[in-house]
Structures are given as C-alpha cells and as structure tokens.
Design a binder for this molecule. Structure first.
Ligand code: B12
Length: 313
C-alpha cells in the first residue's frame, strides 16, 4: 500500500467563484425531492442531486442542508433523494438525470454504526430518520447508493462524501467483518471521494465540471482521493509516492488500563491492586509508571494516563 501526495492548488475564497448561470432562479424554500416540487420552482432539471442515507432536514447540522444550500448559493440547482428504496433503481431516477454530478453520502454517521450497536445487535432507533424509525438505509450505504446512481444514469460523475467514505478512503480495519478492507473507492466505483468537510472541495469541483473539465482530469483538489486509471494516468507524474509504513510508524500497543483510576498512586488503588494478579501486562504498566515518577499525572483526567503512557515512548 502506498500513499501519494501532489502539489495542490491553494483554496479559493468561497464567494470568489462566478456563479453558475442557474443563480437566476430564486433560492428554493426547500430543495426539491420530487418532479412536482421541481416544477413548482420552474426547473426542468437539477444540476446536482444528493443521495443521502439521512432524512432531509433543511439545517446545517444535516448534510443535505449544508452541502445542498452551499451549492445553491453558488447558483446550482440541487435536488435531494433522501433515504431511497435501495432495492429499486427507479427511486434514483425520480428527479431525472443530474446535469453535472451526483453527490452521495451515507449520512452523518457510518451506516454500520447507524444500524448496529458495538455488540453487533440491531439498533431499535435511528437518530437521523423521521420518528427515529430504523432500517431506512442499507448496510454500507455509501457503496450501495454509488452503485445504484451509476445504474440509473451511467455517464454522470459520482462524488462520494461523508464520514463513511472519508474514514474508509484507504485500506482500513473494518470492525463489522473483522477484516482489513480495501479503499471504498474500489467497491463503490465513485469517481471522486471527497473526505472531511466538503464545502470547499465540492464548490471547486462543481464549478470545474460545469466549465467542461472531465472528472478524471480533476486530480489536484485538496481533500479528494481517486483511483489512478487509464483516464488520469498522466497525472501520476505530479505525485510523490511514499510507502505507507514511512508515513506512520506503529508504536507499542499497551494493555487497556482501568479508565476509572483516579489516583496517581497506583499501589494505593484497591481496584487496580485486586486486578494485579490476573493481568501481567498491567504489572508492566505499573512498573513503568513508577519508573516515570517525574511525570505528573492528572487526577481529574484519568484517560490521560493511558494516553500519556502510550505516547511517551
Ligand atoms: C449531533 C450528533 C448526534 C445527535 C444527533 C441528533 C440529530 N438528530 O441531529 C445525537 C446525540 C442523537 C447522536 C447520537 C448518536 N451518535 Co452522534 N453525533 C453528533 C455530532 C456531534 C454532529 C453530527 C452533525 O450534526 N454533523 C454535521 C454534518 C453536516 O457533518 P458531516 O456529516 O460530517 O458532513 C460533513 C462532511 O462529512 C462532508 N460531507 C458529508 N456528506 C457529504 C456528501 C458530499 C457529496 C460531499 C462532497 C461532502 C459531504 O461535508 C459535510 C459538511 O462539512 C457527530 C460528531 C461530529 N462532529 O460530526 C456525532 C457522531 C455522528 N455520532 C456518532 C455516534 C457513534 C452516535 C451514536 C451511535 C452514539 C451511541 N452510541 O448511541 C448515536 C446514534 C444512535 C442512533 N440510534 O442513531 C459518531 C459516528 C461515528 C461514525 N464513524 O459514523 C460521530 C461522528 C461522533 C464520533 N466522532 O464518534 N449524535
């Protein structure tokens, strides 16, 4: 596995872009979710359609509200497909074909965390669905939605964002399958993965696509990841390739200590003393803690003990 870095263009101020021509339309009271709502706005089509695993709530705490409205402010006509029936491709055609791009996100949370507890039990509620109703999105929603939008209109660029895509952009440990999974770009087949906060990158990419640049030519936007393929192979010369084990060195992993220890005097803590015989790694920790008497552990923040212990190597 290797990571590649390239010189990236400095971010432009958000309102220095020339607005897209559709800014002649008034801001929509709500972003449309049906053809009938598009008709009311006088739109024949959408420039960008966002498919989202969460309900559409027109507020900046929710991705449709923030990414949708940010793009509207740049002049684009944005439609929303929220919590579609992922078993039916027609659910992804309800607003017609987007003129410029699809946006896809599982929602504010990873869809697996949204659906399952840490014990792998099904959650009884979903904080991002109307009336907290569960089961409104598929497992691995980002991948499923990307595949469906591709099926609905194959030639439209697919831009994947949100926490599920962001945290799975490179090979990663997947708790649910207990495996190291490859980048979500491979399974979702998204054209561009936009990680972290997406406001700046989506504005830049949308304006460039609107001006006729091809999605595979956009290889220099900060906060994006993509697969090198036959279309963009030339851009590879701009990259410096670094072996992933040079980027970060794995340190020693210590046994988890009791986070409730509220004393720097570990010998004086009954809970820890009782555990002492059963955890040999604990004993190592204890010895080291004593050896580092000069470190002043914070009584009020016990978790810092563990943090400090790992990071002071
Ligand atoms: C508010 C909140 C809650 C509230 C939600 C209330 C509500 N209905 O709004 C409450 C308290 C209920 C809650 C509950 C839970 N939460 Co919570 N919550 C949050 C919090 C603090 C903010 C979420 C938010 O509003 N984000 C705002 C949106 C707009 O941000 P965003 O999704 O990241 O979107 C940005 C980018 O991702 C990107 N982007 C997103 N989509 C797209 C799409 C495209 C195309 C592009 C280009 C960009 C893009 O751009 C966006 C804008 O910058 C986050 C932490 C955080 N700071 O994000 C945790 C967080 C989402 N919660 C988390 C968790 C674990 C939970 C619980 C499971 C906790 C629990 N054990 O019970 C429960 C859920 C239970 C359930 N049944 O659903 C985790 C999810 C981890 C993960 N990997 O998914 C988070 C990330 C906290 C954390 N760091 O661990 N939560």
């Amino acid at each position: 596995m290797s990571t590649a870095y390239t010189m990236q263009t400095a971010p432009k101020a958000l309102f220095d872009y020339d607005k897209f021509w559709a800014s002649c339309f008034e801001p929509a009271p709500f972003l449309p979710m049906s053809r009938a709502e598009m008709d009311l706005l006088g739109w024949d089509s959408c420039d960008f359609i966002l498919v989202c695993g969460d309900a559409y709530i027109d507020h900046p705490s929710f991705v449709s509200g923030i990414i949708g409205r940010v793009l509207e402010a740049q002049g684009f006509r944005v439609g929303i497909i929220a919590q579609p029936d992922w078993t039916d491709v027609e659910a992804f055609r309800v607003l017609g074909k987007p003129n410029i791009a699809w946006g896809v996100t599982a929602g504010n949370m990873d869809s697996m965390i949204n659906r399952y507890t840490a014990d792998r039990k099904i959650r009884s509620d979903d904080a991002y669905s109307p009336d907290n109703v569960p089961n409104k999105r598929p497992d691995r929603a980002a991948t499923v939605y990307c595949q469906r939008v591709r099926e609905a209109f194959p030639d439209v660029p697919v831009l994947l964002g949100g926490i599920e895509g962001s945290l799975r952009r490179i090979a990663h440990y997947d708790y649910w399958s207990d495996k190291v999974r490859r980048s979500i770009l491979m399974d979702s087949k998204a054209d561009l993965l936009m990680y972290g906060n997406g406001e700046r990158s989506i504005i830049e990419v949308m304006h460039r696509l609107a001006k006729g640049e091809k999605i595979h030519e956009i290889t220099d936007v900060r906060g994006t990841a993509f697969i090198i393929n036959k279309h963009n192979r030339a851009s590879k010369s701009q990259f410096v390739e670094i072996a992933s084990n040079d980027v970060d060195t794995i340190g020693r992993v210590d046994a988890i200590i009791n986070p409730y220890v509220m004393t720097e005097d570990l010998e004086g803590c009954d809970i820890e003393k009782n555990k002492k015989s059963s955890f040999s790694q604990y004993q190592n920790f204890q010895k080291e803690a004593v050896a580092r008497k000069s470190c002043s552990y914070n009584r009020q923040k016990p978790l810092n003990i563990a943090y400090h212990h790992v990071n002071s190597q």
